[in-house]
Design a protein around this ligand. Structure first.
Ligand code: NAP
Length: 273
């Protein structure tokens, strides 16, 4: 009988070298398999995957052979994204600001391997200086990005594979506060602390976060090009990122079986200068 540490725990692995299903005892080989670095055949859920960074994560995971579920709150967005992704992609509606909707989503979803959370609304994206803050609106800024992430973790951790991973989304404002927008720093910073806390609380499931700089999505295209150039001119990589570039960080954190509690910055070196 093998130790539970090395038991197959992924959704896709039900037996293997040294496992109970094969009756063997090659622990080394089995340990290697248990921390597989491939997403091939894995079930990957992207909440916020209907557009932007999440869509990039879904497309990249599909390219690596994963079965992908994209989810967001508006059915038309979900449907369009799933159709555009094609292949092994499917879509499902979930409103992360409604815990009952999140609970239903995971009940219907069943077991899965990896979760990326990129859902975000932009109501308070710049916010306001502290002295002018509407405190009710300020609280609402946490609804999707923080409380939504926590609701997803609470319900998703019941059916995620033990060797699976959760990757949340922060933002560079956590490290580079902007005058007039204190709340953005607080929301993104809270995600980083949540990540560390969950990495301990949910172990052996791994929990990490990606901290993007400016990524070119439909939303950030609304920022005039001249302003985007000004925002990125000082960076060592002096341009905005493509969603596909940010997506690689999520994929690394899914595959990296020994990485947990980490925040991976994809910021063109912005935190250095
Ligand atoms: N783009 C950047 O430069 C950048 C930089 C740093 C951090 N970020 C953060 O990264 C995240 C993704 O950014 P993005 O540019 O990819 O934004 P995006 O294109 O607007 O994507 C956000 C996604 O979240 C979904 N969503 C919104 N409210 C939801 C809810 N209540 N329940 C479920 N899904 C919901 C949206 O779809 P529905 O409308 O269909 O729900 C959408 O698919 C955001 O949190 C953003 O703040 C972005």
């Amino acid at each position: 009988m093998i130790s539970s540490l090395f038991r197959p725990r992924s959704v896709t692995d039900n037996g293997g070298p040294g496992g109970e299903a094969s009756g063997g005892n090659d622990m080394g080989e089995w340990a290697m398999k248990a921390s597989s670095t491939s997403l091939d055949g894995k079930r990957v859920v992207v909440i916020g995957g209907a557009s932007g960074i999440g869509y990039g994560v879904a497309a990249a995971a599909l390219d690596e052979g994963a079965r992908v579920v994209v989810a967001s709150s508006r059915e038309a967005n979900v449907q369009a994204a799933a159709e555009r992704l094609g292949g092994e992609a499917s879509g499902s509606v979930v409103d992360v600001s409604d815990e009952a909707s999140v609970a239903r989503f995971f009940e219907q979803l069943g077991p899965f391997d990896h979760l990326a959370f990129t859902a975000g609304d932009w109501g308070m994206s710049r916010g306001a200086p502290a002295r002018e803050l509407d405190l009710t609106a300020a609280q609402a800024a946490f609804t999707v990005r923080f409380w939504g992430a926590l609701a997803v973790v609470k319900h998703g951790c019941r059916t995620i594979a033990e060797d699976g991973s959760i990757t949340l989304t922060g933002g560079m404002l956590a490290h580079r506060p902007m005058k007039g927008a204190p709340l953005s720093t607080v929301v993104t910073g809270a995600i980083e602390h949540l990540t560390r806390a969950l990495a301990v609380d949910l172990a052996p499931v791994r929990v990490n976060a990606v901290c993007p700089g400016l990524v070119l999505t439909d939303r950030t295209r609304l920022i005039p090009e001249e302003r985007r150039r000004a925002m990125t001119a000082r960076l060592p990589v002096s341009r905005v990122a493509e969603p596909a570039e940010a997506a690689q960080a999520y994929l690394y954190l899914m595959r990296g079986g020994y990485t947990t509690g980490q925040v991976l910055r994809v910021d063109g070196g912005g935190s250095l200068v």
